[in-house]
Design a binder for this molecule. Structure first.
Ligand SMILES: Cc1cc2nc3c(=O)[nH]c(=O)nc-3n(C[C@H](O)[C@H](O)[C@H](O)COP(=O)(O)O)c2cc1C
Length: 192
């Protein structure tokens, strides 16, 4: 494949698509939510999940003060909610009221769980380090919420039931095409 080489990374959109999530927080009687596309599992045992949040975000101080956050995985049919919480700040608006975000109660922590999410994690902050213009905040997952029958017995998301919200960068969203699903047994393929 022909490649164009650049030394300046620019906005380096090459890593997209990524799941478009909504990170939620509750601090001092105020709830907030922001869109987060930069997030990543860090460890199975104990279960750690990392999110990259710019210290400029209103959410940032709420997370550092409350030491907890929720990660909500959104279906494609609710991408407008992702764009809404990613296009406004809790510094001047109550996003839950403004965007009519229904919530469920958390079971272990005090973080809003977005009712429209097909899965959500409750995370307790165990580390927070600033790298460049974002902080990498690691949370221990202390509770997992999943909508009924969206994950198959093997734990894999069932694209026949839910289409995940994916972010391509540049305010552009898409989902996954179920006609492309393939099961490739690595033990068989790894022998070739
Ligand atoms: C799809 C999408 C993904 C985003 N991902 C991130 C992210 O990973 N980290 C981040 O700091 N900001 C991200 N943002 C920007 C914040 O969501 C946005 O600045 C938001 O207004 C912050 O809200 P707050 O001021 O209430 O905290 C994203 C925005 C969008 C629309």
């Amino acid at each position: 494949m022909l490649k164009v080489v650049a030394e300046n990374a620019g906005a380096f959109y090459q890593h997209y698509p990524r799941a478009a999530t909504i990170v939620t927080v509750n601090y001092s009687g105020r709830k907030n939510a922001m869109a987060v596309a930069w997030h990543c599992p860090m460890s199975f045992n104990p279960p750690y999940y990392g999110i990259a949040v710019s210290p400029k975000r209103y959410t940032y101080n709420m997370i550092t003060e409350s030491k907890q956050f929720g990660v909500n995985f959104m279906p494609y049919e609710k991408i407008e909610a992702v764009a809404a919480v990613g296009g406004s700040s809790g510094s001047y608006t109550d996003k839950f009221t403004e965007f009519n975000l229904a919530e469920d109660s958390a079971v272990k922590l005090d973080v809003p769980i977005i009712r429209d999410a097909y899965a959500a994690f409750e995370c307790r902050v165990i580390d927070n380090r600033v790298f460049g213009d974002h902080a990498w905040i690691i949370g221990e997952i202390v509770a997992v919420h999943t909508a009924e029958s969206v994950f198959k017995e093997d734990g894999v998301l069932d694209l026949n039931v839910v289409q995940p919200a994916l972010y391509l960068g540049g305010d552009t969203y898409c989902s996954a095409d179920k006609t492309t699903i393939k099961f490739l047994d690595k033990d068989i393929y790894g022998k070739k």
